[in-house]
Design a protein around this ligand. Structure first.
Ligand code: PLA
Length: 456
């Protein structure tokens, strides 16, 4: 009993009974329909179990999300010097969120077009958006696109694309194990486990060299069961900022193909790593060029700054166009009961930009300037630590790529920096370089210096 007088084992018992009821009525439909009183479902909401107590009284308080929870803590802090380097969200030099000019223009066009309506999209989303998204990641001249071997569906940003892909694989693919890098974005294991896949890790990062553990990666994938799914970050690996070189990608590709493993690319940062959309898609294109199959989850959150619009795409590259048609038909069965069909606004912005060569050009310029600003933050932070004579080799700050630096700071050092300097970052020592500015670099460098020298 808890203080409300509710038996805490009760909801579990109720759940089991109702499940049993559902199970029985599924197996003996005649029984259920012949006897209208045939239900095993006690009704706690009716007050039978004590009218004052909530049926949710036994629910435990859940912890905050390790990444988005950092923003929650940041928002509560009243300090004027606070800096949020937790979530990967781009900020200007003034520390403000950025809506790209080209996005504003596209939105104006959409708003001023009276022919635009708010009807439901098809289950698979906006057709133009899907075609243009596949071109963006695979390349306009990709044989897979020309041969109609790609099934693309609009999804709820990168996360939704991964989830739809995961559920599709759990239903239709013969091997349920997915290998994800160690470490990886914290949401990956949750997304894939809840999709019905079984998650295993492959070695990725070498904390000694602060670089790629290629040997470990190849060994772990070599011993994976044939056909296993392998999650790969297309570029700008989160959280390490360490990407394989093209030569290393080629090793990885050969191994994956020779073991018949199925690559699933997470492309959340196309254009954000190098500033070039094509260069950042090279890993994916290498796999598509060999004619084999793969999945790709794309997000426009970062590269178009459309975080809250939740716009992304899942593409499945198949061996033939008729397989692609059947795959798409099954993707619809995954999507329909999950959220029915995707939202229209964000995808319309993306399609408006991608289909117009001038707007596309304008986007690439704005994207490059975001990527360049992040690169310049790396240089500034590195220089600031050198100036302070902070112990340690900080060259990984300029070697790593993409939105994040995996600093190597431990959770106590992070806690110290948050408490004493109001710097918010994830406890694994990851900082979002996109959240820094020339104004905040010295403050961060002071905090890192203090954290490192304090524990020495
Ligand atoms: N994949 C990777 C590797 C990511 O880093 C993120 C976002 C996503 C997918 C999903 O992005 P989307 O659903 O918004 O398109 N990672 C962020 C945000 C930027 C987050 O955790 O949700 C991060 O701070 O790691």
């Amino acid at each position: 009993m808890d203080e409300m007088g509710v038996r805490c084992s009760f909801p579990v018992a109720v759940r089991r009974l109702s499940t049993l009821g559902r199970h029985l009525s599924g197996h003996f439909p005649a029984m259920a329909s012949e006897n209208p009183n045939f239900t095993i479902s006690p009704s706690p909401t009716a007050g039978t179990y004590g009218s004052a107590a909530s049926v949710f009284a036994c629910i435990a308080q859940a912890p905050e999300d390790p990444i988005l929870g950092v923003t929650v803590a940041y928002n509560k802090d009243q300090s004027p010097v606070k800096v949020n380097l937790g979530v990967g969200a781009y900020r200007t030099e003034e520390g403000k969120p950025l809506v790209l000019n080209v996005v504003r223009k596209a939105e104006q066009l959409l708003v001023n077009d009276p022919s635009r309506v708010k009807e439901y999209l098809p289950i698979t989303g906006l057709a133009d958006f899907n075609k243009l998204s596949a071109k963006l990641i695979f390349g306009a001249d990709s044989p897979a696109i020309q041969e109609n071997r790609v099934a693309t569906v609009q999804c709820l940003s990168g996360t939704g694309s991964l989830r739809v892909g995961g559920e599709f694989l759990a239903r239709h693919y013969h091997e349920r194990t997915i290998y994800i890098p160690q470490p990886t974005w914290g949401n990956h294991p949750k997304i894939f486990t809840l999709s019905g896949l079984s998650v295993k890790y492959y070695r990725y990062y070498d904390s000694e060299t602060r670089g790629l553990n290629l040997q470990g990666l190849l060994e772990d994938l070599s011993s994976a069961s044939p056909g296993a799914i392998v999650l790969l970050h297309a570029c700008a690996h989160n959280p390490t900022g360490v990407d394989p070189t093209l030569e290393q990608w080629e090793h990885i590709r050969q191994l994956i193909r020779s073991k018949s493993l199925l690559p699933f690319f997470d492309s959340a940062y196309q254009g954000f790593a190098s500033g070039s959309l094509d260069a950042d898609a090279r890993s994916v294109r290498m796999f598509v060029a060999d004619g084999g199959e793969c999945l790709t989850a794309q997000s426009y959150a970062k590269n178009m700054g459309l975080y809250g619009e939740r716009v992304g795409a899942l593409s499945i590259v198949c061996r033939s166009s008729d397989v692609a048609v059947r795959v798409e038909s099954q993707l619809k069965l995954v999507i329909r009961p999950m959220y029915s069909n995707p939202p229209i606004h964000g995808a319309s912005i993306v399609a408006t930009i991608l289909k117009d060569s001038e707007k596309f050009k304008e986007w690439t310029i704005e994207l490059k300037s975001m990527a360049d600003r992040i690169i310049s933050m790396r240089k500034q932070l590195f220089d600031a630590l050198r100036e302070r004579g902070t112990p340690g080799d900080w060259s990984h700050i300029i070697k790593q790529i993409g939105m994040f630096t995996f600093t190597g700071l431990n959770s106590e050092q992070v806690a110290f920096m948050t408490k004493e300097y109001h710097i918010y970052m994830t406890s694994d020592g990851r900082i979002s370089m996109a959240g820094l500015s020339s104004r905040t670099v010295p403050h961060l460098a002071d905090a890192i210096h203090a954290a490192v020298t304090r524990s020495n």
